[in-house]
Design a protein around this ligand. Structure first.
Ligand code: ATP
Length: 859
């Protein structure tokens, strides 16, 4: 059947459905027949392939060559150990990557959309995957269309279909059949397609295709998302590449020096290969992904769902948080405090006394619905629920009104008009009721005493009350679809309702935290400036004398230059339209600020996209805003943004910790092995020793460092410059001097033990390097604070990793069977004691650096 050329009645018949939708049994049967409504994902790598992929790394391949060379030159034992080490490396890499992949999958599942359908004659909210052909879907501004639909009803329904047609202009939808058969998708105005976005109005449609049968499904193959790499990942991948070349250069030089010193070529080849493998930080970009993915997983537990992985990395750089008020800073639990009826209201509505007017309009103009599954409680926009509940409890209210004044038409609320209008039949006339922001309502009223009304409203607003104004009129005829705007004109002012919405208790604390962290919290709201300022003052957003509140109208009048110079003083934007949010973000960015911006509506999407971190609301947010966001707040709570920033800073710190530790260790290894032959000593370590040190240091302690808790002062320092190099703030310098020191410690141990004729010198150097690196792992836990102050045992994983490495190293030194494999010799107690003592040098030196820096006031 051709859906767009048939009438919707015919389509419903063909699909054996009705306007009331399907029943549970029908749904179950169709689910069996058509399967879930999802697009096939790119074929996932099977788990075994993920494991095999670990071996495709160039370094691992080189190591395998090394293993083969060992076998050829007759050293089977070396080959076995090298293979063993390769496998352990692969297992560690595999487990981490698998965990990261699972974490990302879980995030994707959580951001899946919901759909409202009419089933069993009721409206139900279900996961988009559960939709079947024949389902009747309800659409509303902000929704993402869940399947391909034939429109049944349209109230100014507009859909933006750019994802399918490339056309960014939203299309007006209508239920009428189209005559021509061959019309392009973009012109099939009686259809709605999966994954397109409803930008205005509301309507219903019947599902004609799901999953891969939908239009988007047919081209899904072309739409596979590319996996994004974060800026940091790219920079580190570049860095690793450059470093690899340097290391390879050093290895070539070392090879020839070794040969000149009389080593065998096979032996030198193995040594240099092992060194290359150990010193090249090939795992660096992978570790970043793992740290970010696991960080994102942790953030979900704190109610922040990350949609784009780079956000985890950049969260720590946020300098401005521009937040909505209602529901984010406040609880969105409104209660009407008082209503005020305008004395000069002069309409005569049959059977309605003058003093009942406010109650009548309050009880009729709303979209709140009784929820049959929940004790008939009113559900919907909290502002409306509060207004209706208040009206219902008053004495003058009459419960027949709803039947006596049935609704005929409506103009839904939108935050640009800041009003909503309903039309009700009264005998053979029609009552038009509008409610909304005071200025908007006054604008459509004929002869209202603005001064008197504004004075009353200001008084309520100064106490932080949210004000809703009402007006109404009687008309003789219903306007046609296209002329609905005329409803909002020539009205009679009716009165005001003032309500309170208490602040979220945790938000105040979060605002203080922002300030100590060098982040400026800014309120952007559709509410009245007096109400907004009162709440902002109460919460600490408006604090200093220079802090300003600006309204949308004032903002409109400000030139770009004027806004540039004033923007840092503006802490509250009131009565702004969502479009103005975009201008605010752009101006702040021009001033080199890094902006997190919240939003929930359709029109917020451009600002969310443009912001450095776009934040959508999980509960009240529209699908459109969620699509545009980098992060979704599952609890709509401002405090969650601050928690996420804190977590972002922690994750970035941990990446720095890992890099600082691993690079210094690698540098030490390469220096030790390179310098020894230059100063006339034998190459201190065997290939197997190098590989062992690389394995035990890079893997477990490295990963444990990446899981370090946040620095106590993490929210007391200013945000990080997003352009700052990861090696900034002394990290690069630290890597170099610690590497040099560690190498010097190893070389001096070698020189001294050879000098006194100690036959165990090689085992000693091996042990000193291994233990020094453990000490360095411990001390790398904080860049600023002494380890004894943050508590030696506060990172249990690291202590476990160090203890395990220690035990294994002791086993390698003392167990005869391991002695044979690793070519080690049991050390005397004195030698072991000396090694342990020497190994603490690096630890103490780094602590001393912290001491000096603290003294100099640089940290
Ligand atoms: P925020 O932007 O912080 O969430 P807000 O909820 O006040 O604040 P909008 O939703 O844009 O922002 O609302 C703007 C104004 O429109 C409100 O201050 C109120 O006067 C009016 N308003 C809000 N909800 C409705 C509604 N359901 N019907 C009519 N008018 C409304």
């Amino acid at each position: 059947m051709n859906w767009h050329t048939s009438t919707f009645e015919a389509v419903l018949k063909e699909l054996q459905s009705s306007k009331n939708g399907l029943t549970t049994d029908e749904v179950a049967q169709r689910m069996q027949q058509y399967g879930p409504n999802q697009l096939q994902e790119k074929k996932k790598k099977p788990v075994w392939l993920l494991f095999v992929m670990q071996f495709k790394d160039v370094m691992i391949l080189i190591l395998m060559v090394a293993a083969i060379i060992s076998a050829v030159v007759g050293d089977l034992k070396d080959m076995i150990v090298i293979l063993f080490i390769i496998i352990i490396n692969a297992i560690v890499g595999f487990v981490q990557e698998y965990r990261a992949e699972k974490a990302i999958d879980a995030l994707k599942k959580m951001s899946a959309a919901n759909v409202r359908v009419r089933r069993n004659k009721r409206v139900e909210q279900i996961a988009a995957t559960e939709v079947v052909p024949g389902d009747v879907v309800l659409l509303e501004a902000g929704d993402m269309v869940g399947a391909d639909l034939r429109i049944i009803e349209s109230h100014s329904l507009k859909i933006e279909e750019a994802s399918l047609t490339g056309e960014s202009q939203a299309v007006n939808k209508s239920p009428d059949a189209i005559k021509e058969e061959e019309v392009p998708l973009g012109d099939r105005v009686n259809m709605a397609y999966k994954s397109t976005l409803v930008t205005a109005g509301n309507g219903t449609g019947v599902v004609v295709a799901t999953g891969m049968q939908t239009e988007i499904g047919k081209i899904a193959g072309m739409l596979q998302e590319k996996e994004a790499t974060t800026p940091l990942q790219q920079r580190l991948a570049d860095f690793s590449k450059k470093l690899s070349f340097i290391v390879l250069g050093i290895c070539v030089v070392l090879y020839f020096i070794g040969i000149l010193r009389g080593e065998t070529p096979a032996n030198m080849l193995l040594t240099t290969i092992s060194l290359a493998v150990a010193a090249i930080p090939e795992a660096l970009p992978a570790v970043i992904t793992i740290a970010l993915a696991l960080g994102a997983k942790k953030l979900v537990r704190k109610n922040a769902l990350i949609r784009k992985l780079p956000a985890v990395e950049t969260l720590g750089s946020v300098t401005y948080i521009c937040t909505d008020k209602t529901g984010t800073l406040t609880q969105n639990q409104m209660t009407v405090q008082e209503i005020w009826q305008y004395e000069q209201w002069g309409l005569t509505i049959p059977e309605i006394k003058k003093e009942q007017a406010m109650l009548l309009v309050m009880s009729l103009n709303h979209d709140a619905k009784e929820d049959q599954t929940d004790d008939n409680k009113l559900k919907g926009d909290p502002t409306e629920v509060a207004l209706v509940e208040y009206a219902l409890q008053q004495e003058g209210y009459n419960n027949r009104w709803e039947n006596d004044f049935p609704r005929r038409q409506e103009l839904p609320f939108d935050s640009d008009r800041k009003m909503m209008t309903t039309v009700h039949a009264v005998n053979d006339e029609f009552l038009v009721i509008t409610k909304g922001a005071l200025e908007a309502v006054l604008n459509i009223c004929e002869s209202a005493d603005e001064e008197e009304i504004s004075a009353k409203s200001d008084k309520l607003a100064e106490a932080g009350q949210r004000i809703i104004a009402y007006s109404c009129k009687l008309i003789q005829q219903l306007p046609k679809e296209g002329d609905m705007e005329a409803l909002e004109s020539d009205q009679e002012f009716c009165g005001l309702a003032g309500m309170i919405d208490p602040p979220r208790p945790e938000a105040r604390q979060a605002i203080t935290e922002c300030k100590t962290a060098g982040i400026v919290p800014v309120m952007i709201t559709g509410d009245h400036p007096i109400t907004a300022s009162a709440i902002a003052r109460d919460m600490g957003i408006l604090q200093h004398r220079n802090d300003r509140t600006v309204t949308g109208i004032e903002l409109e009048k400000l030139s770009d230059e004027a806004l540039d110079s004033e923007i840092t003083q503006i802490k509250v934007y009131a009565r702004v339209s969502p479009q103005q949010k975009l201008r605010i973000v752009k101006t702040l960015q021009k001033k080199d600020q890094f902006v997190a911006m919240t939003g929930d509506g359709v029109n917020d999407a451009p600002a969310l996209k443009r912001a450095n971190i776009g934040v959508a609301m999980g509960i009240t947010g529209t699908d459109v805003s969620k699509e545009a966001a980098d992060m979704i707040l599952l609890d709509d709570n401002f405090a969650t943004i601050v928690k996420a920033v804190r977590e972002g800073r922690r994750i970035y710190d941990n990446i720095r910790r890992f890099i600082r530790y691993v690079l210094a260790c690698n540098f030490a290894e390469i220096l030790t092995i390179f310098i020894a032959p230059l100063v006339g000593m034998p190459i201190p370590l065997l290939p197997i020793h190098i590989l062992w040190i690389n394995l035990v240091t890079d893997s477990l302690p490295g990963l444990a460092l990446a899981g370090e808790k946040a620095d106590v002062k993490v929210m007391e320092r200013p945000p990080r410059d997003p352009k700052e190099s990861i090696f900034a703030m002394g990290l690069g310098f630290n890597v170099i001097w610690v590497g040099v020191l560690m190498a010097a410690v190893g070389l001096v141990t070698q020189a001294w033990s050879i000098h006194i004729g100690d036959a165990h010198w090689q085992t000693m150097v091996f042990t000193v390097l291994c233990f020094s690196q453990m000490g360095h792992a411990l001390v790398s836990r904080s860049e600023h604070e002494y380890i004894f102050r943050i508590g030696v045992f506060t990172n249990r994983n690291l202590i476990g990793a160090i203890a395990l490495t220690f035990i294994l190293q002791i086993a390698i030194i003392y167990m005869p069977f391991l002695n044979k494999i690793f070519n080690t010799e049991p050390l005397t107690w004195k030698e072991l004691g000396t090694c342990l003592l020497i190994s603490t040098i690096t630890f103490h030196a780094v602590e001393l650096e912290k001491f000096i820096k603290k003294r100099m006031g640089t940290i």
